[in-house]
Design a protein around this ligand. Structure first.
Ligand code: SF4
Ligand code: MSK
Length: 660
């Protein structure tokens, strides 16, 4: 068992902790015990009505097997896939909705602990929406922007607001194939409706509704969430932080913020800096208060404040097993109920804060944005009061790595030319000349089930060696950070010659941490900006760009994969396909979607093959765009990245920004 665990955990610190405490059950043990149902595993089971469950198995099941109602295997697999997309869209959609309600509350003069921190971004968003902003009070603009975007959730007809941010050609494809999303709630409801017993029996049509639903997430829920979070809490800029389970301190009160929605976490960030609370901690024998993050709430507070991350999804239980966590606060999504059981072995208090997430055994504090700061203070006090209850139990590790996060799409544009000349021209030119072979979005979860010695780490190393610039989000960023890869030095040591030159010129790591899983929407914005810049593809489809989610877990990941594919980015998901039972569904996701959108949804369990396929997609796109053939160390001379004077200026400003 111990050996298996060691081979399965992608982070060294987590391995040490798990191996040290074999009697405590973790997700790795449960993954061993809970063998997946082989029929459900490949998408051949339907339990959408009580004439079933129907299992469509056997030779020629694809063409001959039928459920009691007559549904075929491709229909059942397509329905299953579409429902995963609906689940993921609902999660990101509700996240975006909550952020919109917070912005609305601020605009209406409530929620006094929050404010509009990035007025410029508010104005840019107002401009996109055609809302007058010049000469108006900031809060009035905030109210109008929030109200306008809230329409996106309940709209019945028409188009969602941010779709216009996609390149024209990309939008035309959506219109041509009838997948333009109308409203967030409508698309989720329609997928659920279409996939009930006795409804849509055409796999292609079912999967079209999945695309509509996913686009409502990418260009709706997630984009709203990203932009409104930036408006409320500030648009990220490069910032130093640390990663891994060694971030906890023996002699300080340790608090974890975990989940996805950062509103309460932002208040906790402020509360832990209050002199009265620090003084109170000292009265209990602690030297101070140490705040750390977990999963995507970690990414949010890391991107804006440099709060260290304890890691991604599979680190939840090992974090508690350090014995050092006084309070573990959770908001929404990716919170495994098992943390309550692990916490029983220690003094750790688990606090749930969203009325959508209650776990028996946890303390519930119902988040109210009108008293948010007071609630944050209450949580910090609970942690301080719990500090004296800490025992010697637990596995303390010291391993941690420096990292740099905070690469918003705005900063990526800025770093390529400064405030006045910011553009995507240098990146497009570097790609055209072959210095940068292409771009990969390395995203998604870390999964305890799949054999892994760190697929994120393997891909990160190999891709940058091949001159591929990586933009990372979600738990992939945590995995890369926990491996020490999110530093500029990584470029010098491991990147190919072209990518190294670009990274050195700008002073950036070869892996740019873009934020949480909702911040995959930043990648859409970057891709749209690259298309608008010219010199590569004039739409998102056809760019030398690929998305990879090597250890995906959630329905959110599937929804993200679909919105990338339908926007024109081929995506590669690790593990076996959850719809492998149906050749027809597999054909639609790969061939048909590539034909229609220049994006595809591919499942590939072998990490070496994931790498090979990603490079193949990139090289084929380069060939179709008639770009210089990629050859390591040999760059085109037709375009230069920047002249030396420009490079020096950018380097100076960028390095100053990240304190180097
Ligand atoms: Fe079986 Fe059809 Fe009911 Fe699904 S919807 S459980 S295939 S009868
Ligand atoms: S937290 S969705 S495990 S990335 Fe965003 Fe990580 Fe995946 Fe949850």
């Amino acid at each position: 068992m111990a050996k298996e665990k060691q081979a399965r955990t992608s982070q060294h610190a987590a391995e040490l902790i798990i191996l040290d405490q074999p009697s405590i059950e973790t997700c790795f043990d449960r993954a061993d015990k809970m063998k997946p149902c082989p029929i459900g595993h490949e998408g051949a089971c339907c339990k959408n009505c009580y004439m079933g469950p129907c299992r469509l198995v056997g030779k020629d099941a694809e063409t001959t097997a039928k459920g009691v109602c007559g549904a075929t295997l491709p229909v059942i697999a397509a329905r299953y896939f579409a429902r995963m997309v609906a689940g993921g869209t609902a999660a990101h959609g509700d996240h975006g909705r909550d952020m919109a309600f917070t912005l609305l509350a601020v605009g209406e003069g409530h929620a006094k602990d929050f404010k509009v921190k990035d007025v410029k971004k508010l104005y840019r968003t107002a401009d996109i929406l055609g809302i007058e902003f010049e000469g108006r009070p900031v809060l009035d603009v905030a109210k109008d922007v929030a109200s306008k975007m809230l329409e996106d959730f309940g709209r019945q007809r028409g188009e969602m607001n941010f779709l216009k941010r996609a390149p024209k050609k990309t939008q035309e494809r959506w219109k041509k194939y009838g997948v333009v999303p109308r409203g967030m709630d409508r698309e989720v409801v329609e997928v659920m409706d279409r996939t009930t017993m006795g409804m849509d029996a055409d796999p292609d049509s079912i999967l079209d509704s999945a695309i509509r639903c996913a686009l409502a997430n990418g260009w709706g829920g997630s984009m709203i969430s990203t932009d409104f979070t930036d408006i409320l809490f500030g648009t990220p800029m490069p910032i130093k932080a640390e990663a891994s389970l060694g971030i906890f301190k023996d002699d300080e009160v340790n608090i974890i913020v975990h989940g996805h929605e950062p509103s309460l976490a932002e208040m906790i960030v402020e509360a832990v800096q209050e002199p009265e609370l620090i003084a109170y901690a000292k009265t209990k024998g602690a030297k101070g208060i140490n705040l750390g993050g977990m999963c995507c709430t970690a990414n949010e507070v890391l991107m804006r404040h440099g709060i260290p991350t304890a890691g991604g999804f599979t680190n939840q239980e090992p974090a508690i097993m350090t014995g050092l966590i006084d309070v573990f606060t959770v908001d929404v999504q990716c919170i495994i109920p098992a943390i309550v059981d692990v916490a029983k072995h220690f003094h750790t208090k688990i606090i749930t804060s969203s009325d959508k997430v209650k776990i028996p055994g946890a303390i519930h504090i119902s988040f109210d944005e009108n008293i948010a700061k007071d609630q944050a203070r209450q949580i910090v006090r609970m942690a301080i009061d719990n500090y004296p209850n800490r025992t010697k139990k637990g596995s303390h590790v010291t391993e941690k790595f420096p990292m740099i996060g905070g690469f918003s799409h705005e900063y990526i544009e800025y770093m390529q030319g400064g405030s006045w000349r910011g553009s995507f021209r240098p990146l497009n030119d570097a790609i055209a000349a072959g210095r940068v072979r292409g771009v990969v979005g390395l995203a998604g979860c870390d999964n305890p089930r799949w054999p892994s010695t760190g697929v994120h780490k393997f891909l990160a190393t190999e891709l940058i060696k091949n001159d591929v610039l990586i933009v990372s989000t979600g738990c992939s960023s945590a995995a890369c950070g926990g491996a020490g890869y999110l530093t500029p030095e990584n470029a010098l040591e491991n990147a190919g010659p072209g990518l190294r030159e670009v990274c050195e010129a700008i002073g950036i790591p070869p892996i740019l941490h873009l934020g949480a899983c909702v911040d995959n929407s930043r990648i859409l914005t970057i891709a749209a900006a690259m298309a608008a810049e010219g010199g590569l593809s004039d739409e998102i489809g056809g760019m030398p760009a690929v998305g990879i989610a090597p250890e995906w877990i959630t329905e959110k990941a599937v929804s993200i994969g679909v919105y990338f594919a339908a926007s024109g980015v081929p995506v590669i998901f690790g593990g076996e396909s959850p719809v492998s039972a149906s050749k027809e569904v597999t054909r639609i996701l790969t061939e048909v979607w590539f034909e229609r959108y220049k994006g595809a949804f591919v499942f590939e369990p072998d990490p070496e093959q994931m790498l090979a396929k990603a490079l193949e997609f990139i090289d084929k796109a380069r060939e179709a765009l008639k770009l210089k053939k990629y050859e390591p160390g040999k760059f085109g001379t037709e375009k230069v990245l920047m002249d030396m004077a420009a490079r020096r200026e950018i380097e100076k400003t960028s390095r100053a920004h990240i304190g180097l």
